[in-house]
Design a protein around this ligand. Structure first.
Ligand SMILES: [Zn+2]
Ligand SMILES: [Zn+2]
Ligand SMILES: [Zn+2]
Length: 257
């Protein structure tokens, strides 16, 4: 399994527009974060988890050659507003691309991207050819088993995903405030677990770095990574504050195992 962190920033990204704080002015490239999403390649199948506002830039910078399926965690703008750019892969591949999400998220996607499923397309307007699929149970994307797991992230219906392929396992939960014991059990012991660690100060819908570290200790993945990070955290300082076995991710970080 190979993964590339396409973006590791919170909803406004880092740097933040109009902010002059030391992280936003930092010359360290690790402190430049596009909006959170993940690219996964497993047994020849290419999956994107969330199509962030920055999806086009991410696909170009990190060279995403193909998208066989999109998984959507939830319908907040930072995770879905790059969805239209997936149409380029319709052209490259000549295929309709499935988009898997919870029933609530699919309803939001249909409402926000009404033109995608419109009965009478306007001539000359090229729209993405997407198949919105509601999922509640584990399903397969080619050789990859995908398990959607309900996550508490404020009022919006939100999933995390567990992926299994060829004996390799991955957990991805970019937006989370609470996780039930049953969901913790499903992630327990995965090879790589990715979880949000927004900042040090408490937030109503996200884990702080400290809350994330405590939950990651319970999950007990072989390697744990923090994502969805805001400008309160300098990359190196945040890294030094974490226990062994936990790392702060950054845009372009690539793992293969
Ligand atoms: Zn988010
Ligand atoms: Zn700032
Ligand atoms: Zn969110």
């Amino acid at each position: 399994m190979k993964i590339v962190f396409l973006g590791t920033g919170t909803s406004v990204g880092v740097p933040v527009i109009g902010c002059e704080c030391r992280v936003c002015r930092s010359p360290d490239p690790h402190n430049r974060r596009l909006r959170s999403s993940l690219y996964v390649v497993a047994d020849g199948t290419h999956i994107v988890i969330d199509t962030s506002l920055d999806f086009r830039e991410q696909a170009l910078t990190f060279r995403v050659p193909r998208v066989d399926a999109v998984l959507v965690t939830h319908a907040h703008a930072d995770h879905i507003f790059g969805l239209d750019d997936v149409r380029r892969y319709n052209t490259i591949q000549g295929t309709v691309i499935p988009v898997y999400a919870s029933p609530g998220t699919v309803a939001d996607l249909r409402r926000i991207f009404t033109y995608v499923s419109a009965d009478r397309p306007e001539p000359g307007v090229f729209r993405p050819r997407l198949d919105f699929i509601e999922v509640r149970e584990p399903f397969a994307v080619g050789p990859v088993r995908v398990e959607p797991l309900p996550i508490v992230h404020g009022r919006v219906e939100t999933y995390g995903f567990r992926l299994d392929a060829g004996g390799r396992t991955l957990g991805y939960v970019p937006d989370c405030k609470q996780m039930t014991d049953a969901v913790v059990d499903r992630f327990r012991g995965v090879d790589v677990m990715i979880l949000d660690g927004l900042r040090h100060r408490s937030h109503p819908t996200h884990h702080t770095l400290e809350e994330a570290a405590a939950l990651l200790t319970r999950i007990g993945a072989r390697h744990a990574y923090l994502t969805h990070i805001c400008h309160d955290l300098d990359h190196d300082e945040a890294q030094q504050s974490l226990p062994a076995g936990m790392s702060v991710s950054y845009d372009g970080l690539t793992l293969e195992w």
